[in-house]
Unconditional design. Structure first.
Length: 138
């Protein structure tokens, strides 16, 4: 059996991101796959430790991502993480776990707030993370 191919800009399983957390008055996952819980402010954990907090999140189907403010870890920079890197979400602990290392994230294409939503930039980031799954499988 072949493993499922990595799709960088899609949540692996939107329903699993909600865990058992259901905020009052919010649908956890709607019909478009959007999570009813805003992840902004959640801490982000790589496989080898904390990397920062979510500054911005997109839930657009096929274009979902997290912008992570890394604080002092990468000299106050931000990184763009495709939604496909998210392994799971702990809503009670307000943490998002990604399945890449700090070094892999630090080596990703540099975040540029002016161009991060362009097709060219997203293609570079998508190619980088797709390659990291090929070279360093989960």
């Amino acid at each position: 059996m072949q493993p499922a191919p990595f799709t960088p800009w899609s949540w692996r399983d939107p329903a699993s991101l909600s865990g058992s957390y259901e905020p009052a008055g919010a649908d956890v996952v709607d019909e478009t796959g959007r999570i009813g819980v805003d992840l902004v402010g959640y801490r982000v954990e790589a496989t080898d430790g904390h990397i920062g907090s979510i500054d911005q999140a997109s839930y657009d189907v096929g274009r979902a991502y997290l912008v992570v403010d890394t604080g002092p870890w990468i000299f106050g920079s931000k990184v763009l993480l495709p939604a496909g890197t998210v392994q799971n979400v702990d809503h009670q602990g307000r943490k998002v776990y990604v399945d890449r290392t700090k070094d892999q994230i630090k080596s990703s294409p540099e975040y540029d707030k002016e161009t991060f939503e362009t097709a060219e930039y997203r293609e570079r980031v998508g190619d980088y993370y797709t390659g990291s799954y090929r070279d360093y499988p989960r």
